[in-house]
Design a protein around this ligand. Structure first.
Ligand code: ATP
Ligand code: MG
Length: 423
C-alpha cells in the first residue's frame, strides 16, 4: 500500500474519508441547530495568529505554550506566527479588533481545526477539531449556568447518557494570589516529591502543578492547600447561584477542587464534561469564565465565559454507542448510451436537479448492463435509462430500483414520475 516514496499525512493529523465525513456533516448540522436555538452567532477566524496572542492569552507557563504550539517564523518577513491551538484567544482578538465588544454583549461560536504538538493516541491528535462557544460581556452566574444547560441539552440530543459534569470555581485575583503563596510554601516543603515539570513551575505557575497528570504526584496534590478556603464572598455567591440554577434544572454535577484547567485565563466557574469510556482522553468538553482575558489581549475589562468541545472525542463516543453512519443518498442514476442519448442525459440530469432531486449522471461510457450495476450500487431509488431510440422521441425510461414496472415517459413528465416513485 505505501512504500517510502508514498507521501503520508503528518503524524497525528487525520484524513476524514467520505464515509466518516457523513457522520461529521450530520454532527455539524445538529450542533449548528442547537447553537442557533440559544442565539449564538457564527464567527470565523484565521487558522494562523501572531504567536504573541497565545503567549499573552493562554499564559507562558502552560503546556500549550511551552511545548504544544506549532510556531514558526514567516519565511518571507520573519513574523512570529502560530497555528492556533485553541479558539478563545482568536475569538476575543477578533471581537476586539472589530469593535464587537462594548455596545452589546455577544454570543459567538466557531468551529474548525486546532493544532497542538502532543503525543498522538486515541482521542488525542495534533490536528483536532473543536466547536467553541463564547459569551462576551456577561458578568452574572446566569450565563455560566446557561452554557452548562446548553451542553446538557446537546448530550440529550445526541443520546449520550453517561457524561458527567465536573465543576469548580477558581475565585478572583486576590484569592488566587493568596492561594498561590500558600501553594508555593506547601510544595517547597516537599521538593523531593516534585517531578521536573513541577519543580520548574513551582515559582512561575504553581497552580499548574495541580493540573499534573503524573500519578506519582497525585497524593501530594490532593493534600495541597485548597483555593476553596481562600474564596471571597462575591466569587462564592456567584458559584452558589450557578449551582442553584443547575439544581433547578436537574443537572447533576460533582464539585472537583482539583479542576484548574490547562489555560491561565480562567477565573471563577470552570467545568469539564467527562466520560469514562475514552480512557485517559475522557474530557469531551471544557470551559469556564475568563473575565481577565479581554484586558489581557488589550481591551477594556469585559466579563466573559465559554467552552469548547472536541469533535473527534464526541464522534468516537457516538460510534462506540453503535451510532449508524448516515449515508448520503442519491435519488436518481442516469444511464445512457449513444450520442443523442448522452446529450439528452446531461440535460435531463440538470433538469432533475432543478427539481431538487439528487442525481448521479453516469460518466465514462460502458454497456447498459455495466451502467445498471453502478446504478444499483449507488443506492439510487430510480434509474433513468436513455437510448438513442428514447432520445429521438424526447422520452426516457424510468426504472424503480426497488422493483416495479419500467415505464417510458416524456422528458416533460420525468420529474413528476420520479417524485411519484420516491414518495
Ligand atoms: P486534555 O486535558 O485532554 O489535554 P485540554 O484541557 O488540553 O484537554 P481544552 O484546551 O480544554 O483541552 O480543549 C477543549 C476540548 O478539546 C477538550 O476537552 C477535548 O475534548 C478537545 N481536545 C483538546 N486537545 C485535544 C487533542 N490533542 N486531540 C483531540 N481533542 C482534543
Ligand atoms: Mg491538553
Amino acid at each position: 500500500m505505501s512504500d517510502s516514496n508514498t507521501l503520508q499525512a503528518v503524524r497525528g493529523m487525520n484524513d476524514i474519508l467520505p464515509d466518516e465525513a457523513e457522520l461529521w456533516l450530520w454532527f455539524e448540522d445538529v450542533v449548528r441547530d442547537w447553537l442557533h436555538s440559544y442565539g449564538y452567532r457564527n464567527i470565523r477566524m484565521p487558522l494562523v495568529e501572531p504567536t504573541a496572542l497565545f503567549k499573552r492569552a493562554i499564559g507562558e507557563v502552560t503546556d500549550i505554550v511551552e511545548k504544544e504550539m506549532y510556531s514558526f517564523a514567516d519565511a518571507l518577513n520573519g513574523d512570529h506566527l502560530t497555528l492556533r491551538p485553541e479558539g478563545t484567544a482568536s475569538c476575543v482578538r477578533a471581537a476586539l479588533q472589530h469593535n464587537l465588544l462594548y455596545n452589546a454583549p455577544q454570543r459567538l461560536y466557531y468551529s474548525g481545526p486546532m493544532f497542538r504538538h502532543e503525543r498522538p493516541q486515541k482521542g488525542r491528535y495534533r490536528q483536532f477539531h473543536q466547536f467553541g462557544v463564547e459569551a462576551l460581556g456577561f458578568a452574572g452566574p446566569d450565563i455560566d449556568a446557561e452554557q452548562i444547560l446548553m451542553c446538557a441539552r446537546l448530550w440529550r440530543k445526541l443520546g449520550l447518557h453517561d457524561v458527567t459534569l465536573q465543576l469548580n470555581t477558581l475565585g478572583d485575583t486576590a484569592s488566587r494570589h493568596r492561594h498561590r503563596a500558600k501553594l508555593i510554601g506547601y510544595f517547597e516543603q516537599h521538593l523531593d516529591m516534585l517531578d521536573a515539570d513541577a519543580t520548574r513551575r513551582l515559582h512561575s505557575n504553581p497552580l499548574r502543578i495541580l493540573d499534573s497528570k503524573n500519578p506519582a504526584m497525585q497524593e501530594l496534590i490532593s493534600a495541597a492547600p485548597r483555593l476553596a478556603d481562600e474564596l471571597e464572598d462575591d466569587a462564592l455567591s456567584h458559584f452558589d447561584e450557578v449551582q442553584a440554577i443547575l439544581r433547578r434544572h436537574d443537572v447533576a454535577f460533582e464539585i472537583n477542587p482539583q479542576l484548574v484547567r490547562g489555560l491561565d485565563y480562567y477565573n471563577r466557574t470552570v467545568f469539564e464534561w467527562v466520560t469514562t469510556r475514552l480512557g485517559a482522553q475522557g474530557t469531551i468538553c471544557a470551559g469556564g469564565r475568563y473575565d481577565g482575558l479581554v484586558e489581557q489581549v488589550g481591551g477594556k475589562s469585559t466579563p466573559a465565559t465559554g467552552f469548547a468541545m472536541g469533535v473527534e472525542r464526541l464522534l468516537a463516543l457516538l460510534q462506540e454507542d453503535g451510532m449508524a453512519l448516515p449515508k448520503a443518498e442519491v435519488d436518481v442514476y442516469v444511464v445512457h448510451q449513444g450520442e443523442l442519448a448522452s446529450r439528452l442525459a446531461s440535460v435531463v440530469a440538470e433538469q432533475l436537479r432543478d427539481d431538487r432531486l439528487r442525481v448521479l449522471l453516469h460518466c465514462g461510457g460502458g454497456s447498459f448492463k455495466s451502467q445498471m450495476k453502478k446504478a444499483d450500487a449507488s443506492g439510487a431509488a430510480v434509474a433513468v435509462v436513455i437510448g438513442d431510440d428514447e432520445a429521438q422521441a424526447n422520452e426516457v425510461s424510468v426504472k424503480p430500483m426497488q422493483g416495479g414496472e419500467q415505464q417510458r415517459v416524456s422528458v416533460q413528465n420525468l420529474a413528476a414520475t420520479v417524485n411519484g416513485i420516491i414518495k
